[in-house]
Ligand binder design. Structure first.
Ligand code: FPP
Length: 267
């Protein structure tokens, strides 16, 4: 048995996160360290995307959300934006048959209308081809930012109030969540950021309210199966309290099924 398999053996398969979100950072530095172009770092990053998608699918993780291009990334040099757009379209085209084979369903989050038409066509074709898949949900965030998403949600709710479909007093957390692009999808249990920075960078700010955060210095192109398993093991060693005390959580674990919602309602 090799090291990688040994690491997998350390995972508790009954306590895997249902939803993992990843800020894939470090492609540029990976390339610079090798005197390569930044776009070559992004191309290498695609190998990590494929690897981590495959492992997530094999492990039975239900949702994998990848921050592939932020609203702020439009400010990068046009040559880099063009290279990234081309790479994203090409990757989806190339990988779709494998995604279908592995029962992976593509979801797109963000202002997809801002993407070049040919990339939108590739993405739509990928989404259409995988629409019937029932395994891993691969959520690709493109031209996405949390503030954009929350502003959008506020606008939609304001419209409903204006049209008397909703009273201000009826606005709940669920109302807001239902207007986000992640509506119907459970919040991430684990948020991973590669590349050594300790920031959330406008990513899933609402949804990550109770996510476990994992920061690693490993650059995204170097983020291999072992590095991912390390993050999952770290997650499994955390105690998720959702605002409760440690005693409450362990009582829930040991003597009765954990019912976090009803316990929270009593606080
Ligand atoms: C951040 O590294 C990475 C990005 C802005 C792009 C990530 C996109 C991919 C890997 C392609 C994904 C494709 C699909 C289809 C999901 P950086 O450039 O900010 O790195 P640096 O901090 O070292 O400069």
């Amino acid at each position: 048995m090799n090291d990688k398999n040994n690491k997998i053996d350390l995972l508790d398969m009954t306590r895997l996160p249902e939803h993992v979100a990843i800020i894939m950072d470090g492609n540029g530095r990976w390339a610079r360290r090798r005197a390569m172009m930044r776009s070559e770092g992004h191309a290498e990053g695609v190998n990590s995307v494929n690897r981590i998608t495959r492992l997530s699918s094999d492990l039975g993780i239900k949702y994998l959300t990848l921050y592939a291009f932020s609203t702020e990334n439009w400010k990068r040099p046009q040559t880099e934006v063009d290279a990234l757009m081309h790479l994203i379209g090409w990757t989806i085209r190339k990988e779709t048959p494998d995604l279908v084979k592995n029962n992976v369903k593509i979801h797109l989050l963000g202002e997809i209308d801002r993407l070049p038409e040919s990339v939108r066509a590739d993405l739509e074709a990928g989404r259409h081809a995988t629409a019937g898949c029932t395994g891993l949900n691969l959520m690709i965030c493109l031209s996405y930012s949390s503030r954009w998403e929350l502003t959008n949600a506020a606008r939609k709710i304001a419209e409903k109030v204006k049209n008397s479909e909703l009273a201000p007093s009826q606005i709940t957390e669920e109302t807001i969540a239902s207007e986000l692009s992640t509506s119907g999808i459970p919040d991430p249990d684990l948020l991973i950021r590669t590349g050594g920075e300790h920031r959330i960078s406008n990513f899933l700010l609402w949804q990550c309210a109770y996510s476990e955060l994992y920061f690693t210095p490993v650059l995204w192109p170097d983020f291999d199966n072992e590095a991912f398993i390390d993050a999952l093991i770290d997650f499994q060693n955390r105690e998720r309290r959702f605002g409760m005390t440690s005693d409450q959580v362990s009582v829930g674990d040991k003597t009765e099924p954990t019912d976090i919602d009803s316990t929270l309602a009593q606080i």
